[in-house]
Design a protein around this ligand. Structure first.
Ligand code: FES
Length: 123
């Protein structure tokens, strides 16, 4: 599970803790407003679904008057998922972003369901 000091937005070096504090201390009504937290989510786009997850957890916690809890992947799996996202054309990290890991994907993610067996070349 992602720890508080792990980077949630690897493009802009925004930790999980910064995002959770931002959600706690500011009146955030839309997940897209998390871009105001040091630019989180405005690079390659990989972290956006996870920002939404934290946002929704914070909303639910506020309603229930309980501390927010959200399950996020551990940092290594997360970084490899981002690498796959970027390498498949999902988005481009800005200059100065945390570099993509070079090691292969962990076994749990090594079977790529996006492989295309056939392509229609008609035009
Ligand atoms: S990891 Fe957040 S935009 Fe790339």
């Amino acid at each position: 599970m992602m720890q508080p000091d792990d980077e949630l937005c690897l493009c802009f070096h925004v930790t999980r803790r910064k995002v959770e504090n931002h959600l706690r201390l500011n009146r955030v009504v839309r997940a897209s407003q998390l871009a105001e937290c040091y630019g989180a989510g405005t690079g390659c786009g990989w972290c956006r679904p996870f920002l939404i997850r934290l946002f929704e957890a914070a909303q639910a916690a506020a309603k229930a008057n309980e501390p927010a809890t959200a399950d996020l992947p551990d940092a290594a799996d997360y970084a490899h998922g981002r690498a796959a996202h970027v390498r498949s054309g999902g988005g481009v990290p800005p200059q100065g972003a945390t570099p993509l890991p070079e090691s292969p994907l962990p076994e749990s993610q090594s079977q790529d369901p996006s492989r295309h067996a056939d392509e229609d070349g008609s035009s």
